[in-house]
Design a protein around this ligand. Structure first.
Ligand SMILES: C[C@@H](N)C(=O)N[C@H](C)C(=O)O
Length: 277
């Protein structure tokens, strides 16, 4: 049974947790240890589409429709794959939004290092072009907020493993079940802007700048509450990013001060099995 405060009938429209440090950026998870004795350590990656989930391999798209990239990212895989238990939990979250006429759609999960490097380069170039007044260190701080750093990756060094290379991280959005159209979450997927911070619209509501029924606020609440209720943690700077079993998952549980939370991650870096393109 995964560690979580699962509610039988969660209020999917409940307000979201606010980041404790609204000025902080990015999360340093690499010092969280791994438990290689955990039975889930060797759990296989599975194709999420074959598991009945809606998927769209955003980074592999060749039709130019994958903003903010508008082109495929190097090494992107066509299969949206995640660890078997992660697939099961996403299915549970998907079922929890069905009564609202909604589905979850997974845009990325397991990610090869080459793709992680391609994303890092994209954000480096974007931030440099948009924020030339910032120092190189300040620019890197923004890049780190939106992408895990792949540059020191070493299979033998567990402090260098980007979370998406473990199959325990998933990037998820809500879509209308009938039309398949992506809902308005108030920011685009992978949009490097404060609008993407999960609590952005909660803060606007607190300041009286939006109404309590604002679609962007409500959609974001439904997505995050559905995923968190089955055991995922959300990355505070990306409304779409969720973890289970990764170093970021453990770090977030610790930051939230959850008593009895696991102390070590159970998914390490892995490879796509042969047969999954
Ligand atoms: C690039 C974005 N979709 C993402 O996955 N960011 C997280 C923080 C990561 O790269 O680990």
């Amino acid at each position: 049974m995964p560690f979580c405060y699962r509610q039988a009938m969660p209020d999917l429209r409940a307000p979201l947790r606010l980041r404790p440090d609204p000025d902080g950026t990015s999360v340093e998870y690499r010092w969280i240890p791994f438990d290689r004795a955990d039975p889930r350590w060797n759990e296989p990656l599975v194709d999420l589409a074959a598991e009945g989930l809606l998927t769209e391999a955003w980074y592999a798209r060749t039709d130019g429709g994958n903003a903010p990239y508008f082109m495929p990212i190097a090494g992107a895989v066509k299969t949206v794959a995640a660890r078997a238990s992660v697939a099961r939990l996403v299915r549970e979250a998907d079922a929890a939004v069905a009564h609202l006429g909604l589905r979850l759609k997974v845009l990325d999960a397991y990610r090869p290092i080459e793709t992680q490097a391609g994303l890092w380069t994209f954000f480096e170039q974007q931030v440099a072009a948009e924020r030339p007044e910032l120092s190189a260190a300040e620019q890197e701080g923004i890049v780190r907020t939106f992408v895990s750093d792949p540059r020191r990756f070493d299979r033998e060094d567990e402090t260098t493993w980007p979370i998406h290379s473990t199959g325990g991280s998933v990037d998820v959005v809500l879509v209308d079940a009938a039309s398949g159209a992506m809902l308005d979450h108030g920011a685009g997927f992978d949009e490097a802007h404060e609008r993407s911070y999960t609590d952005h619209y909660e803060r606007l509501l607190q300041r009286g700048e939006i109404a309590a029924d604002d679609t962007r606020l409500v959609n974001r609440r439904i997505l995050v509450n559905a995923m968190v209720n089955v055991g995922f943690t959300n990355y505070a700077y990306e409304f779409w990013h969720f973890d289970w079993g990764t170093q970021a998952h453990i770090l977030t549980l610790q930051d939230e001060g959850q008593a009895g939370a696991p102390q070590a991650a159970w998914y390490g870096t892995t490879d796509l099995p042969e047969g999954l393109p």
